[in-house]
Every structure is written in C-alpha cells, then in structure tokens.
Ligand binder design. Structure first.
Ligand code: ADP
Ligand code: MG
Length: 725
C-alpha cells in the first residue's frame, strides 16, 4: 500500500520530532493534535503549563539572587497558583536585581521549560503591577470554566495582595470587559528544540492526502459529525474565542469526529485481526482428550474444579480447530490456572506436537518446572527447563533436542524467545502472567517457520481486564474464566495497620512463628531506585533478625542469582526458613501453601492489582490466612481507596473494576498491559455513545471490498496494527 500520507517525514523534521514525540510519518504529524487552545491574552495557570510553549502568568515574586555557577546569572522565584516557577536571566544589567522586589505582583511572558527542578522561563518579559485589564483574560476564563473557587487563589488573590482590590471588583471587571478580539492559538505537546510555530509551518508542507475524508460517500446523508478536512483544520487552526471551552474540553464536534475515527479504526483493526486469524492455519490437536492428557489428569493429586474442567473443554475445542487459538485464561490468584495449562500441554504432546510454557520470572519458571516436571515425567512426557541461568552448554543441548523433537515441553522465561530456540513442531504456546510481557515478546514465540502452521496460544492472567473495558476491546480475544477456587480454601482476612505499630506486630509475629506458621514479609516498593529498594529490604531483614532471634529468616531480592533465589525458595518450601523477607520479586505466581501470613510494608505505595497478586501468595492451603497491610501516614486519597478496597474484597474481578474506577483506564490500557492499541484521544468509558456509533458503522464495513478501511487503520495505527494478527 502506497499512500503519500504514510511517507516518512523529511529527515530535517524527523530528527526533531521522532525521538521525543514518536512522530514518523506525515499523517502522524497531522494526528498530533493540540493539547489545548490559548487566547493570547489569556493567562495560564500553573497546572496547564506545557513544555516549550509560550505562556503568560501572573504571580508573586519571591526571593531573587545572583549565582555564579555554572555561570553568572540572575534567578528569581515566582509563585503562581501555589507552585513555583524559576525565572532566569543569563544576561542582565547591574541593578536589575533590585527591581525584583519580593512580594510584588508581576505578569511574565515567555517560553516555559520543564527542567529537572521544575518549571522555568528564561529571559521572561516582565510587567510589574499589571493593571486590571491585563488580568481580564484570566478572569473571563475563570467565569467560563466555573472554576471560581480554585482559580481565585491564583492571579486574583495575588492582585488583591498587591493592589488592594477585591472579588467584587473582579466580577464587575469581567462583566464590563470588552470581549477580547484575540484568536485562539493551538498549543501542542512538544519537546525541547521544537517551537509551537514549527507545527503550523510543517503542517503546510504535509501532503494533501492527509486531509482527505476516507469514509465512504454513502454514509454522508445521515452522518452526524463534520467531515475530516473540516475537523482537522478546525483543530489545527486558529479559532474564535467562543469555541475555547468546547475545544479545550474536547466536546467540540471536530473533536467528536476525531474520536469517532479513532474508535472506528480500532474496531476495524480488531475485525481485520479476526479475519487474518481465520485465514491462518494451525494444526488440530484433536477433538477429544487424548491419552497423554488422560494420563496427566490421572496423575493429579486432586480433582479438577468445575471451572477448570469447563475451561479445559473450551481449550480443547479451540485447539481442535485448524485456526490458531488465541485465548485468555483469567482466574483469580490461586484459582489453579497452572494445572489447566499443564493439561493443555499434555493434549498438544499427545497429538504429536511440542509445547512451550513461558513465565515472566525465573522464580516462577523454576517453580512451575519443579512442580510439573515430575508429573510429566511420570507419564513419559519429556520436559526441560530453559532460563537465563541455564549454562551455555546445557542451552545448546536443549536447543538441539528441541529442533529434533526430542523434548516435548520446554518451560522457562524470556530465554525461550531467543533466536537460537527453534522447534521441530510447536503446537501450543502458554504465556503465564501475560500482563507482565510486552506484546513483541508474546508474539516472538508465535512466529513459526514459513512452511509451518502457527501454534495455538493460551495466555493466563490473574489481573483481569475489567468487564467494562473487555466489552469494548477484547472482541478479538476469547476468554475463559476460572470463577471458583479449589475446595477448602479459606478467605484471606486482610487487616490494615499503621506503620507506627510495627513493634507490636513483631511481638505477635513471634508467637505465630514459634507456633510453626510461615510468613512472607514484603518490603516497600521504591520505584525510583532498585538500589534504595534493596537497602530498605536489607535494613528490614536486619531489624527482623534482631526482633525475632532464633528463627529462620531469609532475604529474597532481585539482585540474587537465579540459583540463590531458587535455593532460598527451596528452604522456605522445606520449612527451614519460617520468615521470608522479600522485595516484590515474589509478586507473581509463587506457591508455598504452608505460608499463611503476609505482611506488606508501605502497602499504600502499591497498585491494587499488585497488592492483590501479593496477597494471593497466602491462602493457598486449607489453613486460614491473614494479610496485614502496613501503611505510612499520611495516606493519599487514592492510597486510602486502594487499601479500603483490599480490606473489603478478595475478588480479583471486583478489584479490577475498582482499580479502573480509582485510576482511570489510561494506565490499565497501556499497550504493554493489554496489547490493545492505545487510544490517543478517546476515553471509551466517557464516550459510550461514540463507541456505539463506531461499532454500528464498523459492522457494515466489508474489509475485502472496501480498501479505504485498511487505509484508515494505517492512518491511526500504522505499523502497530500488525501485532493484532
Ligand atoms: P494460579 O491460578 O494463581 O496460577 P496455581 O495454579 O498456582 O494458581 O494453583 C494454586 C494452588 O492450588 C496450587 O498449589 C495447585 O496445586 C492447587 N490446585 C490447583 N487446582 C486444584 C484443585 N482442583 N484442587 C485442589 N488444589 C488445586
Ligand atoms: Mg499462576
């Protein structure tokens, strides 16, 4: 397909916008829409500053000083909306500093830059004690957006301090002020080295094809939204001030059109993915459970739950088809997904194929292997492990055996997707804790040699994608759910405890440990630094050793080698250790049924899904389990919500919905998490009507006979659309 709008940007432009903004093609530049619209006379607030964009701000001057390093310069602080902005002069005249009287009200104009230390403006244009007219922009704006309460704190409060005016005057000003004649100008998200005006200049050079409407003419008579060229030029162009609110809220019909198209492109991409899958060949693994399957089933020390049984029936039915299965097995922590995967592997082996079982961490891979390998071996299935720590020699041996078909099942980590790993006949790929893998990693295992059929794929997760999102997004993925746990499990009791009561906790821990309980102690998450995280863990370890003398205490963290980790886990499993202090490396999948107590330190720093995963490490046996969430003061609102949710529920699905409520869909829907192309402009939860509309239109599109549809998919998702197949 060769359309000019997909041509790469000229080198000169690409150099500037590809690294920081990710824009590669002409169409990407056109789809790089403004973050907001600004009236020239309008004052910005601290909260809507954009990197590298011109802004006018009113604030109070704080201290200023002349510093000598790294070079002589004059710096001052401006307080705006409670935030500080640094003003900096690299050239200044003697005596300039004396003009910067602390406490005076100024209006500054200039390009705002985001630095490591906060916002700054270099060589700002300064207007001291701006008269009320200078503030009109902001006051009208305050009125417009009904933000009186918050906005009052900003320029107006400052002006009261400086000029002795009061709120009433301001209201009066606002009503009597001449409407500003200024046009709104778009403000683009940008990076250093790219000026706002560059965008307008480059857009003029974009090929005309970027601006043509791709939707079929037959839609037009009834279509409720503006046409593409009109929408795009409205959003990139100057606009009249009356539209400011609609443009900035993104409720303007031009925005609606953009969002509709984005949703439509997504629906079409999913439709296309389905079609590609239907056209792809996979090997049938047989309609009925085969001998290998039955043998493994007979070797299990327990009966399958109803839910496991149902999921396996769905899996076998899927894998009996000659199109590759693409199924997600959702099941709360501890619901028994591993054994479902093991039986699916057995079915593949029984049908004469190989299976690969990939887990995100070495700990987890080792644990799967040590549990399943004996089970497989007992029925004559050849199973090997391949992880980062596997020696070169061993790796070579395994790779050769895989190619010759002398290994039936290979279990491991990312090591499985290295180039050198090739299969004789791979029939099934299992990806455990799929949300921990990137899309590319997941796909790497599926890339079959050309003459071969594509393997079936089973992904597993305990972090379900909330139902609300699944409806919109997962039309391409089949989902099985394990909605019950193995019998005899007792619900985990969750308690919240302030960090201040740590010492008390040590005492009761001591009693529990002496009574033979096994305990996980999870150290705080420190996102910025692995080193700090390790230090914190070591410190906690030392503290616990001191507080709980005579007990077996181990420390597990990410810097240990795979062997060391495995050894410690083994000691914990064998009950040589009673207490396992750990960083978050135990988050996923670790299974030691005798551990019945977990303490999570600074639980407020973790996300809900992560807390639930961690908590799922206990409550795996028939003993009642407890999870103690230690929290530090003060708790943020979201932190409090999360902890409350944890206390209230043990249900991963409910928690996932709650998480969505607390965090919003953006994070949950990252490409990494779900593999679903990110929607740039549309929040599907907010735009239910547009979602409906786009689905209705997408349903009537025939991808075979309507080539524009492919072009629309490429317009929005470019090369990223390929992964969907
Ligand atoms: P998860 O779904 O979190 O991956 P696992 O597969 O690790 O859960 O299973 C948790 C525990 O439950 C394991 O110890 C496993 O052996 C056990 N288990 C799985 N299925 C059953 C069952 N049907 N009956 C009893 N125990 C089971
Ligand atoms: Mg698991």
């Amino acid at each position: 397909m060769n359309y000019p709008e997909f041509d790469p940007l000229p080198q000169k432009i690409a150099e500037k916008v590809t690294p920081g903004l990710g824009l590669k093609r002409w169409i990407d530049l056109v789809l790089h829409l403004p973050a907001r619209y600004q009236d020239e006379a309008t004052l910005s607030t601290y909260f809507d500053l954009v990197d590298n964009a011109k802004a006018s701000l009113v604030g109070t001057l704080l201290a200023s000083e002349i510093i000598e390093r790294p070079r002589r310069q004059l710096v001052a602080k401006l307080s705006v909306d409670g935030g500080d902005i640094q003003l900096r002069w690299l050239h200044f005249y003697p005596g300039q500093q004396s003009k910067l009287v602390e406490g005076s009200l100024v209006k500054v104009t200039g390009a705002t830059r985001k630095t490591r230390y906060g916002w700054e403006i270099i060589h700002p244009k300064m207007l001291f004690n701006p008269n009320p007219n200078e503030l009109i922009g902001s006051i009208t704006r305050i009125k417009n957006t009904d933000l009186l309460e918050e906005a009052n704190v900003s320029p107006y409060e400052a002006s009261r301090g400086g000029n002795g005016e009061n709120t009433q005057d301001a209201a009066l000003l606002a009503t009597t002020a001449e409407p500003s004649q200024a046009k709104l100008t778009p403000v683009y998200p940008t990076v250093s080295g790219v000026k706002q005006t560059d965008f307008a200049r480059w857009l003029k050079q974009a090929p005309a094809e970027c601006f043509i409407d791709l939707l079929p003419a037959s839609w037009w008579p009834h279509f409720p939204l503006p046409r593409w060229p009109e929408a795009v030029s409205t959003l990139h162009g100057e606009a009249s001030p009356e539209t400011e609110e609609a443009l900035n809220d993104r409720t303007h019909s031009a925005w609606q059109r953009i969002k509709f198209e984005e949703l439509l492109a997504q629906q079409l991409a999913l439709k296309q993915a389905r079609k590609i899958r239907q056209d792809t060949c996979a090997a049938s693994l047989g309609k009925q459970p085969n001998a290998a399957y039955k043998a493994v089933l007979a070797g299990l020390p327990f009966q399958l739950t109803k839910a496991q049984h149902a999921a396996l029936q769905e899996l076998i039915a899927d894998m009996s088809k000659t199109q590759p299965m693409q199924r997600l097995l959702q099941g709360d922590v501890g619901s028994g997904k591993t054994v479902v995967a093991a039986l699916a592997c057995a079915q593949a082996v029984g049908a004469g194929f190989q299976a690969a079982f990939m887990a995100p961490t070495e700990i987890l891979a080792e644990q799967h292997y040590s549990k399943l390998a004996p089970l497989f071996a007992s029925v004559g299935i050849r199973c090997e492990q391949l992880i980062g720590a596997t020696s070169k020699k061993e790796k070579k041996r395994i790779c050769e055996a895989l190619l010759l078909g002398e290994i039936d099942i290979v279990m491991g980590t990312h090591a499985l997707i290295e180039e050198s790993v090739q299969f004789k006949q791979l029939g099934l790929v299992i990806i455990d804790e799929q949300h921990r893998f990137g899309v590319e990693q997941r796909l790497a295992l599926l890339k079959a040699k050309e003459e071969q059929a594509v393997p079936h794929q089973l992904m597993m997760t305990a972090t379900p994608i909330p139902r609300t999102l699944a409806q919109t997004f997962l039309s391409d993925l089949d989902v099985s759910s394990l909605n019950e746990k193995p019998p005899g499990r007792q619900p985990i009791l969750t308690k919240l405890l302030s960090q201040k009561r740590r010492t008390e906790l040590y005492k009761s821990l001591h009693v529990e440990l002496l009574a033979g309980k096994q305990v996980y102690w999870v150290c705080p998450l420190i996102e910025e630094s692995e080193t700090l995280q390790l230090q914190a863990a070591e410190q906690t370890y030392a503290e616990l050793c001191e507080a709980l003398p005579g007990l077996g205490i181990g420390l597990l963290h990410g810097r240990l080698s795979a062997q060391e980790k495995a050894k410690i886990m083994q000691q914990f499993t064998n009950k040589e250790l009673q207490l396992l202090v750990s960083t978050t490396v135990i988050e996923v999948g670790v299974d030691v049924p005798n551990a019945t107590l977990m303490v999570i330190e600074h639980a407020e720093r973790f996300g809900l899904a992560q807390l639930h995963q961690l908590r799922g490490r206990v409550g795996r046996g028939s003993e009642a389990s407890v999870c103690i969430l230690l929290f530090g003061d003060p708790l943020s609102w979201t932190g409090k919500q999360r902890l409350k949710a944890m206390k209230e529920s043990n249900d991963g699905f409910w928690l996932a919905e709650k998480d969505l409520e607390i965090r919003g869909p953006g994070e949950l829907l990252g490409k990494r998490q779900s593999g679903i192309p990110m929607l740039r402009y549309t929040d599907p939860l907010q735009e239910k009507d547009l979602v409906k509309l786009s689905r209705r239109y997408a349903a009537q599109v025939d991808l075979e006979t309507e080539p524009w549809a492919q072009r629309l998919i490429s317009r929005w998702f470019g090369e990223t659309a390929w992964w969907l197949s």
